[in-house]
Design a protein around this ligand. Structure first.
Ligand code: SF4
Ligand code: SF4
Length: 90
């Protein structure tokens, strides 16, 4: 499952650098998560790192992106492949 940041976010900036997939970014008002990049930290850590550090516990599962562990693993592998291909355009 990908996670989502709710409007309880206080923009403390703590989670963004902790994401191994660079899935967290500052949106128009609060931080947001790119669901296509979030693997719930599968492939990197045992627990979602953003959830671990968020002081207001505002990062639940995104109900629009329910994915099982295998799907998250495949997403992780895909992201790794893209990162390893600097000249993928050709
Ligand atoms: S769960 Fe992991 S991959 Fe997903 S946004 Fe949080 S830190 Fe990034
Ligand atoms: S750690 Fe929590 S409160 Fe801080 S920016 Fe991230 S989602 Fe928002």
């Amino acid at each position: 499952m990908a996670l989502i940041i709710t409007d309880e976010c206080i923009n403390c900036d703590v989670c963004e650098p902790e994401c191994p997939n660079e899935a967290i970014y500052l949106g128009e008002q609060i931080y947001e998560i790119d669901s296509h990049k979030c693997t719930e930290c599968v492939g990197h850590f045992d627990e979602p790192q953003c959830v671990q550090v968020c002081p207001v516990a505002c990062i639940p599962v995104n109900p629009q992106f329910i994915e099982d562990k295998e799907t998250l693993w495949q997403k992780y592998r895909r992201l790794q492949l893209v990162a390893a291909k600097p000249d993928a355009a050709t």
